[in-house]
Design a protein around this ligand. Structure first.
Ligand code: TYD
Length: 225
């Protein structure tokens, strides 16, 4: 495993707003993020939180342009170009939406993919190294990390099976082979070790209801602190 210094890790901070929360969902294709995101949104709204779901890449007018440029490309993009495009979309979303909305008390922002996707997909999947990705993110506003991240972990075979069932047109990343997906799993494992207090690893192969209950348990601990 790559050596990452504590000094670098210490640059990353969760928001300091006392009454608002930042959460994220992560996982490889087919992990069940969308289902769990919506269940959590409903749960939090029932507790009278204002809930915003933001997706990456995208979420702002310019970010959505970047999203379609990346995901619909017919020609390969250099890994560094890829990481800077995702990062450009992220900064824009932080500046235009996230930082402002977190100022509003009683708000929960849930990201559908955030920095850990970049650690897994570009850091490991594209071989740039996790350290390079962390270095790109070490200054504000990119050093903002969620209070909690739910990593829905599934096996390579489950991911491929679920993708097969969905039978949608494959985007840029979905058309990659097994080796790439294995690297993503390794990348998420590494991120989970580096940020062990923030990233909650959940068994995405379990029953949807059970996974949702686990998530609610963790969120309750956070909001009732
Ligand atoms: P999306 O359709 O949102 O995928 P999913 O439904 O699986 O979340 O497409 C986003 C794709 O972009 C997905 O394959 C992961 C990839 N990605 C990166 O490679 N790096 C990143 O930093 C982010 C945010 C996403």
């Amino acid at each position: 495993m790559e050596e990452i210094s504590q000094d670098l890790l210490k640059k990353f901070k969760a928001p300091a707003y006392p009454e608002s929360f930042l959460l994220s969902f992560e996982g490889i294709e087919g992990a069940g993020k969308s289902t769990q995101l919506l269940k959590l949104k409903k749960f939090l709204e029932e507790k009278n939180f204002r809930v915003l779901i933001l997706r990456e890449p995208g979420g702002t007018p310019f970010g959505e342009k970047l999203r379609s440029a990346i995901l619909n490309t017919k020609t390969p993009i250099h890994p560094l170009a890829e990481v800077y495009l995702f990062t450009a979309s992220r900064v824009q979303l932080l500046d235009e939406v996230t930082l402002k909305e977190l100022n509003v008390p009683n708000t929960v922002i849930i990201y559908d993919r955030y920095i850990d996707s970049t650690l897994a997909y570009q850091g490991m999947g594209r071989d740039l190294g996790v350290k390079t990705i962390l270095e790109i993110h070490q200054n504000p506003p990119l050093n903002l990390i969620p209070h909690l991240t739910f990593y829905l972990k599934i096996s390579l075979d489950t991911s491929l099976e679920r993708q097969e069932k969905r039978n949608q047109d494959r985007d840029y990343f979905e058309s990659q082979g097994r080796d790439f997906y294995q690297k993503l799993i390794d990348g998420y494992d590494m991120a989970s070790e580096l940020f062990s207090e923030r990233i909650i690893v959940l068994d995405g192969e379990k029953d949807e209801g059970q996974v949702a209950d686990d998530i609610k348990g963790h969120v309750n601990q956070l909001i009732l602190k």
